[in-house]
Write a protein that binds this ligand. Sequence first.
Ligand code: SDX
Length: 386
Amino acid sequence: MTETNDIKKGLAGVVADVTAVSKVNPETNSLLYRGYPVQELATTQPFEAVAHLLWHGELPTDAELAELRRTEREHRALTPAVQAAIELVPLDAHPMDEVRTAVSLLGAVDLAGSGSVLDASGSPEANLERSIRLFAALPAIVAYGQRRRRGQAPVAPRDDLDYAANFLWMTFGEESDPVVIDAFNRSLVLYAEHSFNASTFTARVIASTLSDLYSAVVGAIGALKGPLHGGANEAVLHIFDEIGQASNVSDWLEEALASKRKIMGFGHRVYKRGDSRVPTMKTALDELVEHYDRPDVGELYAELESEFVARKGIYPNLDYPSGPAYNLMGFDTATFTPLFVAARVTGWTAHIMEQLAANALIRPLSEYVGPDERHIEGYVPDAAEV
Ligand code: SDX
């Protein structure tokens, strides 16, 4: 009789380690970044300040924020190597493959000549620098990805614009309205960090082998692409496009649930009575609906939410308001999850640095359920094996 381990599929409910980066509390439906409620951060702080908070554990002083902004501006521009790497990716490849490729190349260039694999993990100072470099470089990568698919040339960054405004400038080649900049900044803060979600845990597993920060981020990008995780914000728009308008929701939902479809943007492994981040992003969406005079989007959003919650008692997650918000801002649907990467790279790198400092390999057990031991016919072990 094999010993039956208490197997937790999907590690559901398993506390795998401690972290000081963030606290997700489903009981109080709250999320703290280094102790601060995310709602307070998203409505009062520029994304750069939240990045500093996640990396250093404290909000920046004015001088520290100015220094981070200076360094971020130094690394904003698309380098020739990264632009060339992006242009090697087929135009009809998924933009997440493009972002993953670009980050991988960034890492190869940055780590070139940095010694043997024993030096891969780097020092805390080097990893902070690498984190800032990725944070600074991703907007140009994501923006160029969308522009090249539209047959447009890259737009150079502008030093007179802060992170969110410059990201929008490089994507659309025009200055965005303050309402849009605020909504975008809010989404970046809300997407930045969420404890041991699948992509962050992936990054921690890679970092736990003392591999390099870039490898851990590339792995996390691969995990985030999936529609059960980050890919859901893109999938929400596909659903909105399928439904078309609020009056079609009931029939569409009837059919979708009958065919056992997962309704993207709803449900969560940890939050079971609603995602703490949704109200803050929904407010931003409401402001965008008004700004762009698109009541149809608000009606469809409300109808699908009320019908699905009434039928299944499953609540929206952050991807549900973010998808239509990014659509109204003008981002292509396939660009949505790369936007999530640009935000979450701050949380990922904070966790990677925390894991490297812990210096503890992550390696769970498994219970074997394959065939009993058996042998190759006619095999004769040699003397050394007996
Ligand atoms: C993110 O972990 C994080 O923190 C992630 C994230 C972050 O910030 O990093 O918050 C970001 O990934 C948000 C989630 C985005 N994904 C989606 O919106 C995809 C749709 N959601 C589902 O796939 C689902 O809700 C999960 C995967 C997110 C969570 O699923 P669980 O906790 O594993 O629960 P489950 O899949 O076991 O569902 C329990 C029941 C099932 O029904 P039964 O098989 O028991 O009859 O609820 C049903 C599920 O079918 N269900 C859904 C559903 N979500 C759950 N049914 C239809 N549509 C859904 N969205």
